[in-house]
Design a binder for this molecule. Structure first.
Ligand SMILES: Nc1ncnc2c1ncn2[C@@H]1O[C@H](COP(=O)(O)OP(=O)(O)OP(=O)(O)O)[C@@H](O)[C@H]1O
Length: 416
């Protein structure tokens, strides 16, 4: 997001609206810093608010200005005594943020003031290791099995978490294990409400096991199997959850994270009903199976959601995830995959070479969803919208559906 020009009166953009909770009181300093409002920042400091005030995530005004690209505010805060190396809840300094978002000038200013990038230092630190004695694998409950191994529900320090065991055919291959650990190292740095939280790797003498948060409602695949077709309000809310998680991955710096294997099985639901995306990046390892002869299974499931350019083995980019996303949204309205009896590979072949797409029956799909899906599964990847755009479109659709719901409820009240 670009830094504002300095007005405190401009309304917050949609994407930031939910994050701005309180712009009164001392926290106005943080709000003004993130919006590039120089007058507002000065007023707060003159009122006596500390330039090192931080929110509950320990994010200071300098962190916010650095990540939003507000050069003038960064200068002003440093001049007023802001601590250049303050560390937030995730161990990031303002310089780590400025680097991640590519604000070169701000990086120079912070470096000149002695700024350090903790993330750069951290990137050489291997995955967070958890002592295996803290996890009782004997009391583990099997909750599922995927291409990499079994998944168990276990207790770690009194909290229920998911333990993913990695097959020995993968774990015993040094090269594959290295790639695997690299993916996990990247995963451990990600934090977003719609991304499954990675917790660490077990220091186990014989096995490769990693822990993630446990999502008690299982996968979107299980939900659709149980509930069938979702009502449009729920389907759109779920689509927004997935799109927000994916947008976060696609905006990852310095390189976008492409999921490559976005399927209903890789979308999990927590007990509050929120969906979270999981297992990104790991598909890269699954793809190596042909070269090295180890079998990781499950590959055919992904054909169903595969973008044509991936199937044709052409070069591809972030929009392959947008294609898969469209098929998942289609399933939520439909209650399951279309052409479910057809072999997944044949289906992917027809999509890649005959431009075949699922049907959009008019009574199930609102028009706005139909046009969004057609764009998202467009044969030309360049014509597919970004997740950023998809979020805005879905928010409009959500508002529209909610208004219709309220209007319908009012009509019922009148009749009564
Ligand atoms: N963090 C978790 N919390 C709760 N259940 C989980 C968690 N992770 C996985 N599961 C369950 O375990 C099953 C297997 O998960 P896993 O990620 O190993 O494979 P998959 O995604 O189903 O298949 P594949 O790896 O072939 O894509 C999932 O379908 C899900 O039901």
């Amino acid at each position: 997001m670009a830094c504002g020009s300095g007005s405190s009166t401009s309304p917050p953009s949609r994407s930031t609206q939910s994050q701005i909770i309180d712009v009164d009181g001392p926290y106005r300093l943080l709000h003004c810093s993130s919006k590039g409002d120089k007058d507002g920042v000065l007023q707060e400091i003159q009122k006596g608010v500390s330039p090192n005030l931080a929110d509950y995530d320990k994010r200071t005004a300098l962190h916010l200005a650095a990540c939003e690209g507000c050069t003038e505010i960064v200068r002003l805060l440093l001049e007023k005594g802001a601590e250049v190396n303050s560390i937030d809840r995730w161990g990031r300094t303002p310089l780590s943020d400025a680097r991640s978002f590519g604000h070169a000038e701000i990086c120079k200013i912070l470096e000149a003031e002695g700024g350090k990038d903790t993330v750069e230092l951290e990137s050489h630190i291997p995955c967070c290791k958890i002592d295996h004695r803290e996890v009782d694998m004997k009391d583990a409950t099997l909750i599922g099995e995927g291409s990499f191994g079994e998944v168990y529900l276990v207790k770690w320090r009194g909290t229920e978490v998911a333990a993913k065991t990695i097959r020995s055919s993968i774990a015993s291959n040094d090269r594959v294990k290295k790639t695997f650990m690299k993916e996990l190292e990247m995963w451990q740095r990600l934090r977003h409400p719609n991304i499954v939280q990675f917790l660490g790797v077990l220091k186990h003498p014989a096995k490769l096991i990693f822990l993630t948060e446990y999502l008690s409602n299982g996968s979107l695949f299980d939900i659709l199997k149980k509930r069938g077709r979702l009502d449009p309000v729920t389907a759109v809310a779920y689509a927004l959850d997935i799109a927000r998680g994916m947008n976060y991955l696609h905006h990852h710096k310095p390189h976008a994270i492409i999921h490559r294997d976005l399927t209903p099985r890789n979308v999990l639901q927590d007990e509050s009903g929120r969906l979270k995306v999981t297992d990104f990046g790991l598909s890269k390892i699954a793809q190596e199976k042909d070269l090295h002869g180890y079998k990781m299974t499950g590959g055919t499931g992904s054909y169903r959601y595969m973008a044509p350019e991936v199937y044709r083995r052409e070069s591809y980019g972030k929009s392959v995830d947008v294609f898969s996303f469209a098929l998942i949204v289609h399933e939520m309205f439909q209650g399951g995959p279309s052409n479910r009896t057809e072999n997944a590979e044949t289906l992917a072949d027809r999509r890649a070479y005959e431009d075949s797409r699922p049907s959009l029956s008019s009574f199930v799909y609102p028009d706005s969803i139909k046009s969004l899906l057609r764009e998202c599964w467009h044969k030309n990847p360049e014509f597919r919208p970004s997740f950023e755009e998809i979020i805005l479109r879905l928010e409009d659709i959500q508002e529209d559906l909610q208004q219709k719901k309220v209007a319908a409820a009012c009509c019922e009240c009148t009749i009564l």
